[in-house]
Design a protein around this ligand. Structure first.
Ligand code: HEC
Length: 136
């Protein structure tokens, strides 16, 4: 019985650590990720302007890597706003990553118009999130 209690305690402590690390994403990290995402988007744009697949691919990889890490600002938010912000972030991040992949594969497939269409949709996702949860 004692052993069971101890392992339960250890389990719940791990839970606390995991939860707090989920909220441990700082504003500084977010800004760093955002700037890297901006670099990724710019490199993709350059690739489209100069007709250079490598730039499009590299930009997409950079964008995806940092998009996968972003978390919303939730300091002081109540439970409802918090879960809204996390849901929105997850959804937007997923869309951005998929659009970046699609953009690269369409470009490789010699369908530049669709590739550029996906690219402009990426920018739309950035703006959607900024308009909804960023403090201006
Ligand atoms: C989850 C929502 C969300 C998404 C999606 C998002 N952003 Fe942001 N972005 C923010 C928030 C929140 C801030 C404000 C940062 C802060 O002060 O914590 C921000 C700030 C920025 C900044 C300013 C950073 C600075 O130096 O102050 C840039 C640049 C930026 N985002 C680029 C992008 C780009 C490019 C995309 C799309 C590829 C994007 N963001 C998608 C939420 C988002």
């Amino acid at each position: 019985m004692k052993i069971i209690r101890k392992s339960l305690l250890a389990f719940s402590l791990t839970g606390v650590v995991l939860t707090s690390s989920a909220f441990g994403y700082s504003q500084e990290e977010r800004i760093k990720d955002m700037r890297a995402m901006e670099d990724g988007v710019q490199q993709m744009q350059k690739g489209f302007l100069y007709n250079n697949l490598q730039d499009i691919q590299k930009g997409a990889e950079l964008l995806k890597k940092h998009t996968a890490k972003i978390e919303p600002p939730v300091e002081g938010a109540d439970e409802f706003k918090r879960s809204y912000a996390y849901d929105l972030t997850k959804r937007e991040a997923k869309k951005i990553i998929k659009l970046a992949d699609d953009s690269v594969s369409k470009y490789k497939d010699h369908r530049p118009r669709q590739a550029m269409n996906n690219f402009t949709k990426i920018l739309k996702q950035c703006m959607t999130c900024h308009a909804r949860i960023r403090k201006w």
